[in-house]
Write a protein that binds this ligand. Structure first.
Ligand code: WT7
Length: 675
């Protein structure tokens, strides 16, 4: 078995070293060969020998072609690996990435007619994979599981697609899916894709306010949810959250005809779920009564496949729109090469991401299904009932490719290290940990992996995402937008387009242009800082805007601030990210309270609660720092640079404070830092 671990979401840090204690029965093929160069890890011969891209030479050859001849490179893949009802027109792609030259426009395979669901299911079944397991589902409670073969999955998808059609959902409509990691989540995505309907999956950890906001923005015909879900020891009544959201969205003039509710717990009496007759329908009462075959809605490659909201540095969340053809080709290809996936039963794959985020879209549902892979879907929390759960799942399903956020290792560390000690007598040589770990950099907007060490091809440097994927041209620019060569650091941009690029923000093409293409004309701006070393390796250094990344969940500081100031006793708030041992980044809030109110633990709790209610528990601040006042410039702009230093306790590195309107503010904040 080749265990291959891929890291997503944030930088590979020293924490990942705990991977040294990989469970003993998951044999890591090929130990890292210590290189002469410090911190450089060569791929093992065993791994490289069997890898799709076995050498730097092969990578460079393919990469060069993908840049010199993108049309040829991508159309060869699109035609040989995927089904097209009709081939695209003369142009494989067209792009305008210059704001000064009219609207930003990216198109791939325009005129090509295809269908994502057909390519994920029917095509694989026709190729003989009908009886192969497509999805394994592992419940929150150990011991409960189920699975679906590719054929069974297609049946389920068709039944739901038929039901949606029967209630009048048509091509181009939107459906909001607010579900935990049940099989019904990928089923819902694929059913929408089958009939040309856009899905908008909302992570089930979002609060009713956030859900309402997204419903108002995309005006879905239907909301799909479930009554309850268990996450760890907690039972969450999802339907109640949806009810509250639907009351909110109705106030903004958006009402929903149907709320399709999956009955997720047989022990819970249906009567105990609040019900609005006429609007609310139990999934189990209707969906299974529909036929298990459903005609495919053939769509243009540039027809939208889904929208997914993500946080920006300002304002409302942005509805990132991905279209069908390019996204399909890109996720299929990045999954195949990025994970070194070969069609064979020994590759069982688990991605711990939730389908509520882009990682779940591209690497739980679409990428793996397009490759005919067997995927594990896990409902619950990684540390339930104890910190060994993840490795138990890896053992149980004989997972060979494991894609996860680096944060997970820490929680699963202690118990498993003991187990390995117990069974093998000693921990695996620490030099073994690095070899099969791959660090992937990408974003909701990019659709798929952009910078990653192709396993087997490159010597790795822990902490570096290494080199660009095929077709991707990262560039580093200075603050004037000039491209800088060689060893340097600056702002990470991308030159040219790639098939998986997002095409617009839902209903707001102008914001798409100003956010991503205006800062550095001619390039897509990622929002990340980056450096490149003398060997050409890329090192991501974090967001340069006011976006923070908590355990792989992207959160805009502006959203947290607006939740805080909605609290009647909060006068002003400024939120920054701080380094966090487990989560990558933590949320650190400076709060000024209204006059006459005194600070208390109770007030702190109710401020945190305001954020939980308005965004979701995952966005709750880790720290509230009472601030008699915030450091501002004379023009009233909050100096976040200083706040970040105070949050990081780097009091000696505050830099130039001469532009502060009131110089005493900083000292006050430092004095209160301990409390
Ligand atoms: C932001 C995108 C990874 C896709 C899922 C999250 C940060 C992502 C890395 C990495 C350092 C990373 C960036 C990026 N990020 N991967 N390997 N090393 N930082 O997608 O929610 O859109 O977040 O995550 O800051 O901009 P997302």
């Amino acid at each position: 078995i080749i265990v291959f671990v891929v890291v997503v979401g944030h930088r590979w840090t020293r924490q990942v070293e705990s991977m040294a204690y990989f469970p003993s029965n998951a044999v890591i093929l090929g130990e890292a060969i210590a290189s002469e160069e410090k911190d450089m890890v060569l791929p093992s011969h065993d791994f490289s020998g069997q890898a799709l891209i076995p050498s730097q030479h092969k990578y460079l050859e393919m990469y060069r072609r993908s840049i010199e001849d993108p049309a040829g490179f991508w159309s060869d893949i699109a035609l040989s690996e995927l089904y097209w009802k009709k081939k695209w027109g003369d142009e494989v792609y067209s792009e305008n990435l210059h704001v000064n030259q009219g609207n930003i426009k990216i198109q791939w395979f325009k005129g090509g007619i295809t269908n994502m669901c057909y390519n994920c299911l029917d095509r694989n079944i026709h190729a003989g994979l009908g009886n192969k397991i497509a999805l394994y589902w592992e419940s929150n409670e150990p011991g409960f599981d189920s699975h679906l073969t590719y054929s069974h999955l297609l049946h389920r998808v068709c039944q739901l697609a038929n039901y949606l059609k029967s209630i009048g959902v048509r091509k181009g409509d939107a459906v909001v899916v607010y579900l935990p990691m049940l099989l019904e989540l990928p089923i819902s995505m694929l059913a929408c894709a089958r009939i040309g309907v856009l899905h908008s999956v909302v992570f089930a950890g979002f609060s009713s306010d956030s859900l309402a906001q997204r419903i108002v923005d995309c005006k879905p015909k239907v909301v799909i949810t479930c009554n309850v879900v268990k996450r760890g020891p907690k039972t969450i009544h999802l339907k109640d959250i949806v009810d509250a959201a639907l009351i909110e969205s109705a106030k903004d003039g958006v009402s929903i005809d149907v709320c399709l509710t999956y009955d997720n717990q047989s022990t819970l009496k249906r009567e105990s779920t609040k019900w609005q007759e006429g609007r609310d329908i139990w999934w189990q009462d209707v969906v299974p009564t529909y036929p298990t075959t459903c005609e495919v809605e053939w769509v243009d490659a540039e027809d939208p496949l889904f929208l997914l909201y993500t946080s920006g540095s300002t304002g409302r969340p942005k509805g990132v729109v991905h279209t069908t053809g390019g996204y399909m080709v890109y996720t299929a290809t990045t999954f195949k090469y990025g994970f070194d996936y070969k069609e064979s039963d020994v590759y069982w794959y688990w991605c711990t991401a939730d389908c509520g985020w882009i990682t779940g879209h591209s690497y739980v549902t679409y990428g793996p299904m397009l490759n005919g892979a067997t995927v594990v879907v896990y409902e619950g929390a990684p540390n339930y009932p104890d910190s060994g759960r993840c490795w138990d799942i890896v053992d149980k399903y004989k997972v060979t490719i494991f894609y996860t956020a680096p944060t997970l290792y820490v929680t699963s560390y202690s118990r498993k290290s003991l187990r390995v000690l117990g069974s093998a007598g000693e921990p695996i040589n620490p030099s073994a940990w690095r070899c099969p770990i791959s660090d992937t950099w990408w974003q909701t907007e990019t659709g798929g992996i952009m910078i990653t060490p192709l396993p087997g091809a490159w010597p790795q440097k822990p902490g570096s995402a290494t080199f660009p994927f095929f077709g991707v041209q990262p560039v580093i620019v200075d603050e004037n937008g000039n491209e800088i060569d060689g060893e340097c650091s600056g702002y990470l941009c991308v030159k040219g387009s790639w098939p998986g690029a997002f095409r617009t923000l839902y209903g707001d093409h102008e914001r798409y242009e100003t956010t991503y293409f205006r800062p550095f004309p001619g390039y897509y701006f990622t929002g990340d800082g980056c450096s490149r070393d003398k060997d050409g390796y890329y090192w991501l250094t974090g967001r340069v805007d006011d976006v923070i990344n908590v355990s792989g969940h992207r959160i805009g500081t502006a959203e947290v601030e607006s939740a805080l100031v909605s609290h009647p006793q909060c006068a002003e708030a400024a939120v920054v990210g701080v380094e966090h041992e487990v989560k990558g980044q933590g949320i650190y809030a400076f709060v000024t309270i209204v006059e006459g109110v005194s600070y208390s633990e109770q007030l702190r709790k109710s401020l945190v609660l305001a954020v939980r209610n308005q965004i979701g528990a995952f966005a709750a601040p880790d720290k509230i720092h009472w601030a008699p006042a915030l450091p501002k410039t004379r023009s009233g702009k909050i100096m976040r640079r200083i706040l970040r230093k105070i949050a990081a306790r780097q009091f000696d590195e505050l830099g130039d404070t001469s532009t502060l309107a009131e110089s005493g503010v900083v000292d006050q904040l430092i004095a209160l830092a301990g409390s």
